[in-house]
Write a protein that binds this ligand. Sequence first.
Ligand SMILES: *[C@@H]1O[C@H](CO)[C@@H](O)[C@H](O)[C@H]1NC(C)=O
Ligand SMILES: *[C@@H]1O[C@H](CO)[C@@H](O)[C@H](O)[C@H]1NC(C)=O
Ligand SMILES: CC(=O)N[C@H]1CO[C@H](CO)[C@@H](O)[C@@H]1O
Length: 749
Amino acid sequence: MLWFVGLTCVLCLGGDAVAGQRDGEIISQIKLTNLALAEIKELLKQQLKEMVFMKNTVMECEACGMGGIQPRSPCEPNPCHPEVKCTETPQGPKCGPCPDGMEGDGDYCTDVDECSVKPCHMGVRCINTSPGFRCGSCPAGYAGPQVQGVGLAYATANKQVCKDIDECESPGNGGCVENSVCMNTPGSFRCGPCKPGFIGDQRRGCRPERTCGNGGQANPCHASAECIVHREGTIECQCGVGLAGNGYFCGSDTDIDGIPDERLDCPDTTCNKDNCLTVPNSGQEDADNDGIGDACDEDADGDGILNTQDNCVLVPNVDQRNIDEDDFGDACDNCLAIKNNDQKDTDVDKYGDECDEDIDGDGIPNNLDNCKRVPNIDQKDRDGDKVGDACDSCPYDPNPDQMDTDNDLIGDPCDTNKDSDGDGHQDSRDNCPAVINSSQLDTDKDGLGDECDDDDDDDGIPDLLPPGPDNCRLIPNPLQEDFDGNGVGDICEKDFDNDTIIDHIDVCPENAEVTLTDFREYQTVVLDPEGDAQIDPNWVVLNQGKEIVQTMNSDPGLAVGYTAFSGVDFEGTFHVNTVTDDDYAGFIFGYQDSSSFYVVMWKQLEQNYWQANPFRAVAEPGIQLKAVKSNTGPGENLRNSLWHTGDTSDQVKLLWKDARNVGWKDKTSYRWFLQHRPADGYIRVRFYEGPKMVADTGVIIDATMRGGRLGVFCFSQENIIWANLRYRCNDTLPEDFDTYRAQQVQLGV
Ligand SMILES: *[C@@H]1O[C@H](CO)[C@@H](O)[C@H](O)[C@H]1NC(C)=O
Ligand SMILES: *[C@@H]1O[C@H](CO)[C@@H](O)[C@H](O)[C@H]1NC(C)=O
Ligand SMILES: CC(=O)N[C@H]1CO[C@H](CO)[C@@H](O)[C@@H]1O
């Protein structure tokens, strides 16, 4: 092809030469021009001849190709860019497209710079290769695949993606100390301060600000709640005094009955709104379901008759019919035709004892039953006094009258009151006469109390000595199976005493006979049985035994639960729900008999007792803690001694009095919290008004009573509520005992 171009050039040059000489001298040089033209003509003729020759040669060549001689292909050697396909066409060889990663017409290709479309992550080097490209690795703190490829299209579609690594998600808190804030940043991370609830820093570590127990585990409870670790390791959260809820959520609780003033965002019943904001009603009883609790509903049964006029306060009875004319209308009377204002129904069969032919429901009619009020099918009566052993206060000494002057449940003929260890159980009956043990627990029923029995469950593995200690002290397991090897036998893992109440709700996990706080069964003790100064108290028990109400303006009296305790924590809410009167109310502990108990009592106003015999008794307001050890027992002496604020010989010792000397306020809830550790004589009581502690006895050491029963106390005050009662076995000595001891030693006591 180039030779055609060459020819054109020659012709052109010739033309130009002719044109270049058209001047004034044309005529004079005409001869010379003619000569030159002839020469050019000759040259063209020659060239034309050559072209025809060549054309023929070419045509001959094409013809002779058929004849077997291989002609040379115009694509051999490939005139295109390396690796570009060459195609023959009539117009000559044709080059295909440039390969990926190159650009040009195919004859000639040059490398494309894929890096121009920025296929690599920001900050990562892009290396353009020929052909293709390659990205460097992702920067530190980022992760992504290796990227390399060829061509702009590929580079555009497959850009390198480097994702930020969230170091904080990696194990070990990203390298920050445990429980501290780890902040992820693009390509890196930072360690911040300790997480909320933890204190410390990156250098010293972060430990829980509030821990639960001594194990240092974090405290999941509400900020105001107490965190309790149970023996088997579970955690319980308990809202602080004056607050209520499930422990994880706590809200204010004006009447301290354990139910919050406003609904809390949790599912438990203790998260519901109190249906009686200012009167304690821990059971939330609401007879007419009108959302207003009975305790503050003027017409509790909604029958249109106000409680004060209604002879059935909790059962609607518009007619108020009342055949036997007692205090209870027919609609709610458990003895329709017999007056029975106490409505007592021992066997809870809906027939009041007054009209029940079988009071205790043991199948033996009352007139044949030697224990009318205690079920005893066997009717065993060893002393033949016609009182069955099951209810005989002296099973070995005939005592048909069953007199029990000191109300200790032991009949007078067999009551020695000789109690060497002072735990409230006389030696002849004490299953450990020489060891303080009020609870008298005897798990294996071998007559030897656990406290002085080396093998409580009689399984052959001693409680403490080798081959013990017994990994289940109260349940026989001679093989000591312990699958998880935690030192607690499998059989008692969740329920140490096998009383079917799992340990963390069991108020006495190591005592099968005590499971939940319950005052439904109680002994009433009248402290002034002779005097008729006032009537006897009327006790009403609510909320499955966790609430007691005393309605009458009465003589001094006690309602005492039957469970005897050694170490115990006892708490409750105290509320006088009336503006009438200004007298005594309180609670008792360490009750052994009606002459021996501790009482915490509180009067509203100062007052002389109206009976000046046998002596003038002056009551001061303010909380008092008294040890009662009376040599007379119930009667006017004890009555006046209880009233009096001070010591009285052979009756009452005043152990502590609140120096503030302030009385209780009407219609106000107070919470008490008692710790009694009789083995060491440790007593401490705290009092709260709302969340605020208002009085504290401090550590008091007194060993008059080495344990006993719990109950409530009233003296001449009506409408007292003891709500949300709770007791727990607890023999752990509080820490302040040691501090107290150390001080005593320093003082030389
Ligand atoms: C645990 O108490 C149940 C009754 O609640 C009784 O059936 C079972 O035998 C007791 N287990 C042991 C090991 O004493
Ligand atoms: C038992 O008493 C100790 C000392 O007062 C106390 O720390 C502990 O929380 C109590 N245990 C329970 C379960 O209430
Ligand atoms: C005061 C005392 O030691 N009481 C013990 C009586 O028995 C119970 C049950 O065995 C123990 O828990 C008490 O510590």
